[in-house]
Design a protein. Structure first.
Length: 434
């Protein structure tokens, strides 16, 4: 039995979708433990691209059961659009996707407030996707959120909605000068969702613990990345939940000692979307070159990603926060066009060397990255499938990452297709069945 958590170790967009899809082949269950439709996990198989926002990436393997845990927030409209799209592609979802009855719902007023707040913030905006994730988590922690289980009683749901909308409409009307929302319309919409969703709703905690007891192979999938974690990321430019490994247990209702292995997904360079500090961000024209070579546009929003050199101050930080057992390095092929590659190993600030990732956002804006320059390989590696066939300089680059972070590399991705990867260590992947 193996229970493996897969976490992003930068600012999201590390390629978790491909890694989860890849490691799902021998798995029995894949469970998503946090986040909402602000995530965009991309899988490419036989030339066809599938972008998943709510549903775990393991859904493309016909024998895998997929779970959305209580730590997730669910947008019914996006969820069923995604289900319909998968079914049109011939992917069977019914009977294979189950959602925790404790998961919170994204309501229309969450989306309205999210969009209005970002618009009002102007240059000071966080850079959210505008999909209501932050306001939904805010209501969760203010103890006025709507959970799937609340849909079982119409009177209870209506009472909660009326209480919520009294405050939300006041905020929309008086502060944001926006349109108020109607209780009855929302009530009817979400009760209709309840009918459609009924076959998918389960006690995911019971289901997953039973599977682990039976010795099933389980993957736990996070959305976003370590530096977007609300506690450990570059606050306030973060998401509204905990993408780090510690949330995998609470977000699915299993004990932390159930998790055997943690795989950290890290791009061979660094990207981020939206505002916030970024010490290794590239200047033009190399920034645009990286964006073009790597197709660096958000899977959910289409926004251009900011690009920079690999930052191993971040790498070491993510390894510590998540307790990593192995790395999955993605988009290594993108670096093949370079004759030299820089890697940040520390920061310098006012004459002092900083080895550990600082919490102060203003300090991150001021630090100077300390780079080591490694030779590039300038060879196409997209068709390589064995480690020994990689160019010497490419292997040296991977060795440098392992030495600097003290974490072994389990596999590397060398292209967008599912098959475009090189395994370095079967044991380092954390799965027993290969």
């Amino acid at each position: 039995m193996a229970v493996t958590a897969i976490v992003g170790c930068q600012w999201g967009d590390e390629g978790k979708g491909k890694i989860v899809d890849l490691l799902s082949e021998p798995a029995d269950f894949v469970g998503r433990y946090q986040g909402g439709p602000n995530a965009g996990h991309t899988v490419v198989h036989q030339g066809e691209e599938t972008i998943l926002h709510q549903i775990p990436s393991g859904i493309l393997h016909p024998d895998v059961i997929c779970l959305l845990g209580n730590g997730s927030v669910i947008d019914p409209r996006i969820l069923f659009e995604e289900i319909d799209e998968l079914e049109r592609k011939g992917v069977k979802v019914a009977g294979r996707l189950f959602i925790s009855h404790k998961a919170h719902l994204i309501m229309p007023y969450h989306r309205a407030i999210d969009e209005a707040a970002e618009l009002a913030a102007g240059k000071g905006k966080i850079g959210t996707t505008g999909r209501g994730i932050g306001p939904a988590y805010t209501d969760k922690y203010q103890r006025c959120g709507v959970r799937i289980v609340d849909l079982l009683d119409r009177d209870h749901l209506e009472k909660k909605l009326r209480a919520n909308l009294k405050d939300k409409n006041k905020l929309l009307r008086d502060y944001y000068h926006s349109t108020e929302l109607d209780v009855k319309h929302i009530l009817d919409e979400y009760l209709d969702f309840d009918k459609k969703a009924d076959p998918y709703i389960k006690d995911v905690s019971v289901m997953l613990n039973d599977a682990i007891d039976l010795g099933k192979e389980v993957l736990l999938e996070g959305a976003q990345g370590t530096l977007l974690d609300v506690d450990h990321g570059t606050y306030p430019f973060v998401t509204s939940s905990n993408p780090t490994a510690g949330a995998a247990a609470t977000g699915l209702g299993i004990g932390p000692r159930r998790i055997n292995h943690v795989v950290g997904v890290m791009k061979a360079y660094t990207t981020r979307v939206g505002n916030g500090p970024f010490p290794t961000e590239l200047a033009e024209p190399l920034q645009s070159d990286f964006r073009k070579w790597g197709g660096e546009y958000g899977a959910t929003t289409g926004r251009a990603r900011r690009c920079g050199w690999l930052d191993l101050v971040i790498g070491r930080y993510a390894a510590r926060i998540n307790g990593l057992d192995s790395w999955a390095i993605t988009k290594l092929d993108v670096l093949s066009k370079l004759d030299e590659i820089k890697v940040c190993t520390s920061y310098r600030h006012k004459g002092k060397t900083i080895q550990h990732f600082p919490a102060e956002p203003w300090l991150l804006d001021e630090v100077e990255p300390v780079y080591e320059t490694l030779p590039g390989w300038q060879e196409d590696i997209t068709n390589i499938r064995r480690y020994r066939d990689l160019p010497n300089n490419c292997r040296s680059y991977l060795d440098f990452i392992q030495e600097q972070t003290n974490v072994p590399i389990g596999l590397i991705s060398v292209g967008a297709e599912r098959e475009a990867y090189v395994p370095l260590s079967v044991e380092a992947l954390g799965l027993e069945k290969q």
